[in-house]
Design a protein around this ligand. Structure first.
Ligand code: ADP
Ligand code: MG
Ligand code: MG
Length: 893
């Protein structure tokens, strides 16, 4: 690290302006943007940035700096002194600086900024005479002691505030600004005493010493626990390091013609193209956000009665700020989050960065910037995080609907949901599989609860904040969530929750509003979200560039309608078993499974035929000529087996056999490992009458809808869990035969396709042979992931988080498709399949079909479509557009 040629320090704003926005890795976001602003002629107080490389060196070399750092800092400081005509530590004309941390991405947990560094008992007097304003000078000194004392020396900041409070009481004033120079001077004396008692040493008086200790504190803070935790949660590598910015002070606390403020170039919550921000006269640094006084609006148009806008109070600086706003947006081509200070009517820029925004704002800003020609449509498409769209699309509570408030928690994940209360993840999953809407209620959630959170419509926790496990996971899944509802008491033992003297039992309904944090008793009427015109515009642009088609997984008419409304181009997966849990049907399904012979099965199956036909008729009607992929019965049979003697007795009676026989059959059917047992096409092969009935229902429904609407449905019949070419051959023949029979019977025919899921490794390996009987492949990446990893999704919760945290698996493979393993098989199967049949249609219908990074993979693998849950259809449309743009960029660069 003693390489003498390394440049550790970069000046900005002085004569030399050595950094650029593109140098964020080296200079951190703040430093790079300060240099960029200075380079485009904006008024930035001069300063310098010590690079992130110094941080890395410092923390890995036992807190030692590179040998020549000191000389480079001294040199850089001298340039700043020249630029402003002041000298660091000079009692007559003291230069004061701020010391600011700044990593590549803004990161809570890093050291707070220290302002007014360079003040001591002597320079403060220099500042009094240089400024002619004693109040300002002593106010600055007390701010410095407080910041340095708490941030660098670790003195509890409350201790400082207590002293100010007392001073204000003694002086009989309410606001800090009302304290006089003499009163601040007294506060300073008490501060110095406090620091000395707390630390056992006098407050450091040497500016040089102050500077190096503040720099060391910034670098040290990179390794503090808060920062480490934040990095772990956000996948930020420790070796990125932070930069340190040292910058000449400008003073917003020097009287009525001074101010400090923060603003966004557009409204960050709606995206509206208005100047949005706040300022405070005669204030410094973070007074605006600290809430010491009430900040005032920038523009007069936004001022309420009694407020004094910046436009009114500081018209010249305001006009300049408007110009800067324009210039920054033109330059960065994005909405900016800005910090500024006004000293004696002159504006200074202290920070800019791309502003954080809501999903609504992101959409609007991207669309409007593209429409005004500031960015291209492709850029606009790349600007919006597809996952965030999800939040815009959830139903909301009808504001006019009656409701009974039970309690309130934190608005942890947007959207509203109603359902019956369940207290465990397993229960949530079990009931959801039966088609019930549930709200999972837990004291707090943990990774073992993921399956239940996924199955639930919404999640309520009584403990934990906005970044609790429940909140983070729910947002990621797009599930509404209210967290930390401390007023709700959950009793797992009695299976009840209570709040304010009211009680709700398991199985009773509640409604949560994840946007407000409210919890209601019973059901509250919902309305569909109002989707803005910007959303439609963005989706239109996405559709124009994407090459992947987007379908939806849907089996109920409601799901199909939702999917269609969100732009689905067909159904990619209709799971027929979900149609069998209905109370009217489950009896017949159980009879079908439990019947001792084919005859018995046929009788039961015949009862199901009209139901199935009805199901398909509604789906075909809704999808109006779009393709509908129907998967024939797939699940492990145990999901349908009767529970308990009562249900067994009912089946026995229906089948006309005695109880002992039915008990024996139930025992025979139970499997050690149902997921790998008698399921999928193995069922259809051993019990062909089931698939025959389903095929017959599909074709009869298709002909009926074709006759009724004139729009011929396009059924795609999908055979699950194929692992041997012969399995598809047999089941395909069975479907073709059923088709022929129906067509002969009705005297009409219709085009259809038969294909298979590729969800077993063997199917991928033998894809060229399987393709001979297939018109399409649909990658069932849920089961494919389970079988490739030899990992049961339901049991993974116990160790998967550990694996992901420790980098053993890069990501949860059930959320983001594993390119290295599962992806390799998908690619191979796609190629092999198309060797046999060049026109073979390829799709994906696992959970991954709605995950943006997995969608990018599907684009690269040459798939024709992705299929995802209805609410994720817009997410997938945008992600597919981004994948198409990304592909184009990759190929041309
Ligand atoms: P954060 O990252 O927490 O925003 P900053 O380094 O941006 O911390 O600084 C905190 C506050 O101090 C901001 O309001 C900023 O504008 C102000 N500030 C920083 N440096 C200076 C300076 N040289 N002169 C005046 N105010 C400054
Ligand atoms: Mg801060
Ligand atoms: Mg800042």
């Amino acid at each position: 690290m003693s390489d003498v040629t390394t440049k550790w320090v970069y000046n900005f704003g002085a004569e030399a302006n050595e950094g650029r926005a593109g140098m964020k890795n080296l200079l951190g976001g703040k430093g790079a943007n300060l240099a960029e602003m200075a380079s485009i002629g904006l008024p930035v107080p001069p300063g310098f940035t010590i690079t992130t490389e110094v941080c890395t060196a410092f923390n890995s070399a036992g807190r030692h700096y590179p040998a020549d750092l000191q000389a480079q800092v001294t040199d850089a400081l001298a340039r700043v002194e020249d630029a402003v005509g002041l000298t660091f530590g000079d009692p007559a004309k003291p230069l004061l600086v701020s010391v600011r941390s700044g990593a590549r991405v803004s990161m809570p947990g890093m050291m707070d900024t220290v302002l007014n560094l360079g003040l001591n008992d002597e320079t403060v007097r220099g500042l009094v005479s240089a400024s002619g304003d004693a109040r300002f000078a002593w106010d600055s000194y007390r701010r410095f002691i407080q910041m340095f004392g708490s941030v660098v020396l670790g003195v509890d900041h409350h201790r400082f505030e207590e002293i100010i409070e007392q001073a204000k009481i003694d002086a009989g004033v309410v606001e800090d600004t009302a304290l006089t120079a003499a009163q601040w001077q007294e506060v300073v004396a008490e501060y110095l005493l406090l620091v000395e008692t707390e630390t056992g040493k006098p407050f450091p008086q040497s500016p040089e010493d102050q500077l190096w200790r503040a720099i060391g504190a910034v670098f040290g803070s990179w390794m503090n626990q808060r920062a480490i935790t934040y990095r772990r949660l956000h996948d930020i590598p420790a070796d990125w390091g932070t930069a340190v910015n040292v910058q000449a002070m400008v003073f917003g606390n020097r009287g009525a013609d001074c101010a400090t403020g923060v603003c966004f170039t557009r409204d960050p919550s709606t995206g509206e193209d208005v100047f949005y921000g706040e300022f405070l006269v005669n204030a410094q640094g973070e007074d605006v956000v600290a809430g010491i006084r009430t900040p005032q609006p920038l523009s007069q148009a936004r001022a309420k009665p009694g407020e004094v806008s910046m436009e009114q109070a500081l018209p010249a600086a305001y006009a300049e700020l408007l110009t800067v706003r324009e210039k920054l947006e033109q330059h960065y081509k994005d909405m900016q989050d800005i910090e500024f200070t006004v000293q004696s009517n002159k504006l200074y820029m202290l920070q800019t960065r791309n502003g954080k925004r809501t999903a609504t704002a992101a959409l609007r800003i991207a669309v409007e910037m593209a429409e005004s020609g500031l960015i291209t449509r492709d850029e606009a498409l790349m600007r919006v995080n597809p996952a965030a769209l999800d939040q815009l699309l959830h139903p909301m509570l009808n504001p006019d609907a009656p409701r009974t408030l039970l309690s309130r928690g934190l608005p942890a994940s947007p959207g509203a949901a109603s359902g019956i209360v369940v207290f465990s993840a397993d229960e949530a999953e079990m009931r959801a599989q039966k088609g019930e809407a549930v709200i999972l209620v837990r004291v707090e959630t943990s990774p073992e609860d993921i399956h239940g959170m996924h199955a639930a419509r919404g999640i309520l926790t009584t403990r934990g904040g906005m970044t609790s496990h429940a909140a983070v996971v729910a947002r990621g899944m797009g599930r509404p969530c209210v967290s930390g509802a401390g007023g709700v008491a959950v009793d797992y033992g009695t299976q009840t929750l209570s709040a304010g003297g009211r009680m709700v039992r398991a199985g009773e309904a509640i409604t949560i509003d994840g946007a407000t944090g409210e919890v209601f008793i019973g059901y509250v009427q919902m309305i569909e979200p109002k989707v803005s015109g910007h959303f439609g515009t963005m989706m239109g642009w996405a559709d124009a560039v994407r090459t992947l088609k987007v379908r939806s997984n849907a089996e109920t008419p409601l799901d199909a309608e939702t999917a269609k409304k969100f732009g689905a181009e067909g159904i990619g997966l209709c799971r027929t078993e979900h149609m069998f849990f209905d109370p009217e049907r489950i009896g017949a399904v159980r009879q079908m499974i439990m019947a001792g012979d084919e005859d018995g099965r046929r009788k039961a199956v015949a009862k199901l035929l009209p139901f199935q036909r009805g199901d398909f008729i509604s789906l075909f009607r809704i999808m109006a000529g779009l393709p509908v992929t129907i998967r024939l019965l797939d699940p492990p049979l145990h999901e349908f087996l009767p529970h308990g003697d009562q249900e067994l007795a009912e089946i026995a009676a229906a089948l006309g056999v005695d109880f002992a026989t039915i008990q024996r059959r139930a025992a025979d059917l139970s499997e050690a490992n149902p997921m790998l047992g008698h399921r999928g096409c193995r069922l259809g092969i051993t019990y062909p009458e089931i698939y025959e009935m389903q095929a017959q229902a599909i074709f009869e429904a298709a002909l009926a809808v074709a006759a009724e609407t004139g729009a011929a449905p396009v059924p795609e019949i999908m055979i699950p869990l194929v692992g041997a070419p012969r399995e598809l051959e047999i089941t395909r023949a069975l479907v073709d035969k059923a088709a022929a029979a129906v067509f002969a019977d009705k005297g009409q025919s219709i085009a259809y396709q038969v294909g298979t899921m590729i969800e077993l490794p063997r199917a991928a390996l033998l894809a060229d042979r399987i393709a001979k009987s297939a018109d399409f492949f649909s990658f069932g990446t849920n089961d494919l992931t389970q079988t490739v990893y030899g990992l049961s999704r339901d049991d993974a919760g116990k160790f998967l988080p550990h694996y992901v945290d420790n980098g053993i698996y890069e990501k949860d493979p059930f959320v983001s498709l594993d390119r290295d393993g599962v992806g390799l098989l998908v690619q191979m199967a796609a190629e092999k399949g198309r060797q046999t049949k060049p026109g073979l249609k390829l799709g994906i219908c696992g959970e991954h079909g709605g995950d943006p990074s997995s969608i990018a993979f599907c684009q690269e693998a040459g798939l024709d479509y992705v299929s995802c849950s209805p609410y994720r259809v817009p997410v997938a449309r945008l992600a597919a557009a981004q994948a198409a743009i990304g592909n184009r960029v990759d190929r041309t660069s």
